[in-house]
Design a protein around this ligand. Structure first.
Ligand SMILES: Nc1ncnc2c1ncn2[C@@H]1O[C@H](COP(=O)(O)OP(=O)(O)OP(=O)(O)O)[C@@H](O)[C@H]1O
Ligand SMILES: [Mg+2]
Length: 262
């Protein structure tokens, strides 16, 4: 059984039908990259899965089934238990989503305590330990920093570490590396792949960077104008797709031909 099964969903913002007939199925431990031009609906699909569509956005057709259960129609309490625990997410700038006036450690403690009843001290230790496990240097200093005191890349890595605290079964990442320099980008790509290798986390990563997509993914989904234009294994999409749009996307990256990317 697939871990996540997006079954032919339509998503509308108000009366505007934005995503049409989107179907993606993801097995435990699989990494799926979603690529496609700006405005093609990638973020909309990710947010639909997370139950985080902005006001006016809703799934108007189909179903989203996680671990055998529909995610549509979960109430707030059910989402609080699932999101950040079994299902985690990373956005383009996780740091920007943190409370800027609060120590990282305090935000981390609060996050942990929404999922477990442990003391603040123990939650602080658990947070610092998590940063260490994600190989962030000097966890204690990071815990005692404000988000603005860290670089963008470091903030992003902290955001990822937080999202990993409960070894999520599913990670949804929306352009997690696009705001970062190449070195940090490579670090984060590796970090996500280690998660899959160590915990069997399934990942959907939205990226503009077809190189990152090709390097990480078991399967690739190509979106265009709110529809899935093409999808298949990495090998198929990179080397055998006859879809003209896919070929154009890949053709824009001349160095791809099977090279190690990161
Ligand atoms: N809150 C909203 N209300 C109305 N329309 C929206 C909203 N958010 C997105 N849209 C529209 O939905 C379409 C898809 O947007 P979406 O953000 O999903 O695209 P994307 O593929 O993630 O693009 P990008 O690569 O630029 O991030 C766009 O036409 C966008 O204008
Ligand atoms: Mg987007």
């Amino acid at each position: 059984m697939a871990l996540l099964d997006i079954r032919d969903i339509d998503v509308s913002y108000g009366k505007q039908l934005t995503v049409k007939d989107c179907a993606i199925s993801l097995e435990q431990g699989q990494i799926c990259s979603v690529v496609g031009e700006s405005g093609s609906g990638k973020t909309t699909v990710i947010r639909a899965v997370l139950g985080l569509l902005p006001g006016g956005g809703r799934v108007t057709k189909g179903d989203i089934v996680y671990d055998g259960k529909s995610l549509l129609g979960l109430n707030k309490r059910q989402w609080r238990a699932l999101r950040g625990h079994d299902i985690s997410m990373i956005f383009q700038d996780s740091g920007a989503m943190m409370n800027q006036t609060r120590l990282i450690g305090r935000s981390f403690v609060e996050y942990i305590r929404t999922h477990e009843s442990i003391s603040k001290n123990d939650a602080w230790k658990k947070g610092a330990d998590m940063l260490g496990r994600m190989r962030l240097p000097d966890p204690d200093r990071i815990m005692r920093s404000y988000p603005f005191q860290l670089s963008g890349g470091m903030r992003q890595r902290v955001g990822i570490a937080m999202g990993m605290t409960y070894e999520p079964k599913l990670l949804l990442a929306d352009e997690p590396t696009s705001a970062l320099d190449v070195t940090t980008q490579a670090q984060i790509v590796r970090q996500m792949m280690e998660l899959r290798d160590e915990y069997g986390t399934s990942i959907i990563i939205v990226t503009h960077d077809i190189g990152v997509a090709a390097y990480m993914a078991d399967k690739v989904v190509v979106m265009k104008d709110g529809r899935i234009e093409d999808q298949g294994t990495r090998e198929h999409i990179l080397n055998h797709s006859e879809n003209a749009y896919t070929q154009k996307l890949i053709g824009a990256v001349p160095s791809l031909g099977g090279k190690r990317y990161v």
